[in-house]
Design a protein around this ligand. Structure first.
Ligand code: PEP
Ligand code: MG
Length: 580
């Protein structure tokens, strides 16, 4: 039994056999062969090795002629692996002795090699682990060929182990078969983890080498509360984790009692507690968990699971579905936030060196005016069906807001001319998620109806820490005094100018940070459906004076370490039952 620690990103505990996807999405289950087929399977393996060796030779010749002998030599390590008689014999033995299918035998042996490379003290040698993965992939490609299995063909519940999953891959996971996932890379607020939380799939990310350490069929525990993955657990450990999960479920049931109660502090201060969604069907989950509106609808997910750009009708249908489910409650539709870690065929044309600083979000929309207007037409048309607000993401300067509003005005004019109904008083808001917008909040307040602070991005851009990079995850915290000061500035500007202020980043869904946001005077908390009830509990457990005191104290600290330590101590004191 081995225990690995990563970042907990989506709560819940799951215990099941693993399926390991490599970056090419091979699924390698533990499969046995008939003893009578051993010779044929060994020959199949031998054929795959020969084809892989030939491919590598060709590749080397091509690279050498294109870019020179020196770079051609980078294939030496792979060549040495593919021709190593000991390695090949080890695979053959697993097929002959254990009757493993060659695919499984290959992953078993090469994972063993990867592990040995990983622990080498010499950095050059430890980095050669990527060559081991490449050889594994090359062999698997040759063994599996066109018969690749997909996640769509699962028959038993499993836990997915992958180097990484894209947000759209995560969104398409079959919840009834995939009990949890764990990945090598990723961060606390990457979009993959946001989707996992929305779907209620327990997940742990940033485990660095988990794909190398597990093979298909290995039993695993994924503990999405504490960020732990246990490989091949013993019975006692399994029952310990089951008990922890039961405690979590009991707490969930108790929190369920709060569903219909107002989000009001002990001294009567009312806040609005809204939900964040990626798909229209999530509105129902939000309402069932007591949300009184939708503060963020991430519409870019409409683009992520299709090969073609969504039409005006596709947009309209999705919004109409969400609005109908919302039963008159407000829905804040954010215009498309593509780019960075959310790719589509549209953004795929651009190979950007720094995609988070590149043509993402509103910048992307303003460079694709046709698509942008199509989406706004659909939002406006949908506004005739319920209470709709429109929100522009990643605004960094006033010009962008003015351009976006001008395009919106064009679309309104077109609709008026065509006699199409829409809400003429539709509210227009912006996300404050870069420091320039936070600093200039007072100026933005004159030109929009509401702010929604996107702390996921605001944190990454203030601290220069990629939100999805596990190597710098320890530096990523909204508890950094600089982030807190920017938020305070925005809230003050909003309260003084009478513009509504919400927080829709993951920060609003973390009990200890919710306390500060409350103390600062944030009016709308928009959180993932999974955390709605927890945040309601926080709000209902304190007075505004208490929350303000916490704030005052927090702003005396000059390091995130002190802020986070103090906040977790206070939260534990006020709400001992929430800490798992
Ligand atoms: C944010 O940045 O905080 C936010 C809510 O937007 P997203 O997570 O979709 O980037
Ligand atoms: Mg954002």
């Amino acid at each position: 039994m081995e225990i690995r620690k990563g970042i907990a990103v989506s709560p819940g505990v799951a215990i099941a056999p693993a399926i390991v996807l490599d970056s090419e999405q091979f699924r390698i289950p533990r499969r046995s062969i008939e003893p009578t087929n051993v010779d044929a399977e060994v020959a199949r393996f031998q054929g795959a090795v020969e084809r892989a060796q030939a491919e590598l030779r060709d590749l080397r010749v091509r690279v050498t002629s294109d870019v020179g002998e020196k770079l051609g030599a980078i294939f030496d390590v792979q060549d040495a692996l593919l021709t190593d008689p000991r390695l090949l014999q080890e695979v053959r033995e697993l097929i002959q002795r254990e009757h493993y299918a060659p695919e499984y035998a290959v992953t078993q042996i090469l994972k063993g090699y990867a592990r040995k490379f990983l622990v080498l003290p010499n950095r050059y040698m430890s980095e050669r682990v990527s060559d081991v993965y490449d050889v594994e992939k090359r062999l698997l490609r040759n063994l599996i060929g066109a018969k690749r299995e997909s996640l769509g063909t699962l028959t038993e519940p499993v836990i997915v182990i992958a180097h990484d999953l894209t947000p759209s891959q995560t969104a398409s996971l079959d919840r009834s078969k995939i009990l949890a996932f764990a990945t090598d890379i990723g961060g606390r607020t990457s979009h993959t983890t946001i989707v996992a939380r929305a779907m209620g799939i327990p997940a742990v990310v940033a485990l660095k080498t988990i794909t190398a350490e597990l093979s298909g069929g290995d039993m695993v525990i994924v503990d999405g509360h504490r960020g732990i993955v246990v490989i091949n657990p013993d019975e006692a450990t399994i029952s310990r984790f089951r008990e922890a999960d039961n405690r979590f479920r009991r707490m969930e049931i108790e929190l369920g009692d709060l569903k219909d109660l107002p989000a009001v502090t002990l001294d009567g201060h009312v806040v609005r507690l809204w939900g964040n969604i990626e798909f229209p069907h999530e509105v129902e989950t939000c309402l069932a968990r007591g949300a009184s509106g939708i503060g963020l609808y991430r519409t870019e997910f409409l683009y992520l699971d299709r090969d073609e750009e969504p039409s005006e009708e596709d947009h309209f249908q999705a919004y109409a579905e969400a609005i109908e489910a919302a039963k008159g409650l407000p829905i804040t539709i954010r215009t498309c936030d593509l780019g960075a870690d959310k790719f589509t065929h549209l953004s795929g044309d651009y190979d950007e060196r720094n995609p988070f600083l590149g043509c993402r979000s509103i910048r992307f929309s303003l460079q694709h005016i046709g698509s942008f207007k199509t989406q706004m037409r659909a939002i406006l048309r949908a506004s005739a069906l319920g209470t709709v607000r429109i929100m522009f993401p990643l605004i960094t300067n006033l010009k962008e807001l003015r351009q976006a509003k001008m395009l919106l005005a064009d679309v309104r004019e077109d609709l008026e001319e065509e006699g199409v109904l829409f809400d003429p008083d539709i509210k227009v808001g912006i996300m404050i998620e870069v420091p320039s917008a936070a600093i200039m909040a007072r100026h933005f307040a004159r030109e929009c109806d509401f702010f929604s602070i996107g702390t996921n991005d605001l944190t990454q851009y203030t601290l220069a820490v990629d939100r999805s990079n596990e190597r710098v995850a320890a530096l990523y915290t909204p508890g950094h005094p600089a982030v807190l000061r920017l938020i305070r500035g925005v809230v003050e500007a909003a309260l003084e100018t009478g513009v509504e202020v919400a927080v829709c980043g993951e920060m609003a869904g973390e009990p200890m940070y919710a306390l500060i946001l409350l103390g600062l005077g944030v009016q709308v908390f928009s959180v993932s459906p999974a955390t709605l009830l927890e945040i309601k509990k926080v709000i209902r457990s304190v007075t505004m004076d208490q929350a303000r005191e916490v704030c005052e104290k927090v702003f005396q600290f000059d390091s995130d370490r002190e802020v986070d330590a103090y906040l977790s101590e206070v939260t534990r004191r006020i709400l001992p039952e929430l800490i798992t």
